[in-house]
Unconditional design. Structure first.
Length: 281
């Protein structure tokens, strides 16, 4: 077997699986619940869980390349489980979808989780590549309900800029790293082709819908409460808010890494909106 794909039902994973099916690649898509995966016809789907080391043992036999995606505070444990079952004698490439928050100016939980996960994979003794993704264009889907219901979005960072990247671009970069040489030992910073504020993004969505979308500033107290409700400490929440509002972080700047690796320009935010307009209608 050639390629093992974890996170196959994530946005990036689904796009990667589609590409592997289209190219006739020898691969297996891994998910905790194959019955509900709804992956493209032609995909070989098997059950596995990065939290369950024993479930990984039969999956990695004969594997040459691995695409790894983890979740949440357990990332380091998940990647340690994976690293412990990979054979340096047979595995030629491990590509891990990491986070550009690792390179941020302030320490934050997401960066710490991904940094620890990278360390576990680095210690595995197999060639590895880290895809440090910036802001996903698909994060804009979170605005769908409020746009549909009231044509309004509340944001704690209305004036901050980011260079969001299309999940399909991340999948294309992952595909290239899984199927070609020259990427071992690299950590790629991946951002989109243009820097946009929240207002810029809403203007694009509103233009496609033919409506005006109102943008309201979310007070600091409410923004901090949102973070603490998700498990952050007060200090972590305040640091996260500062990071969110900064326009000088690595994910704020457009990059050309996607085009360098794939040979074509990165998709623009307008492309993502056109593909997902139904989320806002």
């Amino acid at each position: 077997m050639g390629i093992l794909v974890f996170g196959s039902t994530s946005k990036v994973g689904r796009s990667l699986v589609s590409t592997l099916v289209q190219t006739g690649a020898d691969f297996v898509a891994v998910t905790r619940d194959p019955a509900s995966a709804r992956l493209p016809q032609g995909a070989v789907v098997r059950k596995g869980d990065l939290e369950d080391r024993e479930s990984l043992l039969p999956l990695v036999e004969g594997v040459e390349s691995v695409f790894a995606v983890g979740t949440g505070a357990g990332l380091a444990r998940q990647m340690a489980n994976l690293a412990s079952v990979l054979s340096p004698q047979s595995v030629r490439r491990v590509v891990f979808l990491s986070s550009l928050t690792i390179e941020g100016q302030e320490t934050n939980p997401i960066g710490e989780w991904h940094g620890a996960a990278e360390e576990r994979l680095s210690a595995a003794g197999v060639p590895h590549t880290f895809l440090r993704a910036g802001v996903f264009m698909s994060n804009a889907a979170n605005w769908g309900p409020s746009i549909r219901e009231g044509r309004i979005v509340r944001s704690a960072a209305r004036n901050a800029f980011s260079a969001p990247i299309h999940p399909a671009d991340l999948a294309d970069v992952a595909h290239a790293c899984l199927t070609s040489d020259g990427h071992a030992g690299r950590a790629y910073a991946l951002t989109g082709p243009e820097s946009l504020s929240v207002e810029d993004q809403l203007d694009i969505i509103g233009d496609r819908l033919g409506i005006d979308i109102k943008l309201e500033e979310l007070p600091d107290s409410e923004a901090v409460e949102l973070f603490t409700r998700r498990g952050s400490s007060l200090a972590e929440a305040e640091a996260a808010l500062r990071t969110l509002r900064s326009s000088s972080e690595p994910w704020c700047y457009p990059g050309n890494t996607t085009s360098t690796i794939t040979g074509r320009p990165g998709r623009r935010f307008t492309n993502w909106v056109d593909e997902n307009l139904g989320l806002f209608q």
